[in-house]
Write a protein that binds this ligand. Sequence first.
Ligand SMILES: [Zn+2]
Length: 226
Amino acid sequence: MSALLDTISRLRAEVCTLHSELTRYELVVWTAGNVSARVPGADLMVIKPSGVSYADLTPESMVVTDFFGSPVDGEWVNPDLSSSSDTAAHGYVYRHMPDVGGVVHTHSTYATAWAARGEPIPCVLTMMGDEFGGDIPVGPFALIGDDSIGQGIVETLKASNSPAVLMQSHGPFTIGKDARAAVKAAVMCEEVARTVHISRQLGEPKPIDRQQIEALYARYQGVYGQ
Ligand SMILES: [Zn+2]
């Protein structure tokens, strides 16, 4: 088995397993949502197939494409499956953010409720300082079909510490050094979206000083690495 084939097999198993975290944490319904992983050393990614139920996902059903979303020939090809409709956005992120090894997209309820209002989630919790290094920003409204979703994600994330962006009227996209880190960011994004929303019901949450946020972020990223 070639080294590339070996890596792709490993990533297909990993990406398949990580999809079960999206259902476990109730971040997705029906077939919405997707996880992808960059194939190290190749301009390729492994991503969820389009329109397949979470319960039916297998490592063999994960699709291999280039960073423009075109399927790539190889022993992994399954002619019955096409890649997720969000493939172009994932590919754009890999093309423009070389340190990113994983991308996740969901319509998780609370994060998407903030996206519907177009309101960044304010950094009012130490866990937000740790994980996001500040507010979780909002990206522009963009429709599927060209690079505008990918561009909006990249422009917003490059201007922020946050590994999560709430795309306006759509939902969160998250990134990480690998697919597992991007899934963690998606889980944490929904968690803080829910907590800050609940906090708001009884008053205005207290902001954390910029300096304190920077200290939290530096310590946490130093310990757990990004
Ligand atoms: Zn979506």
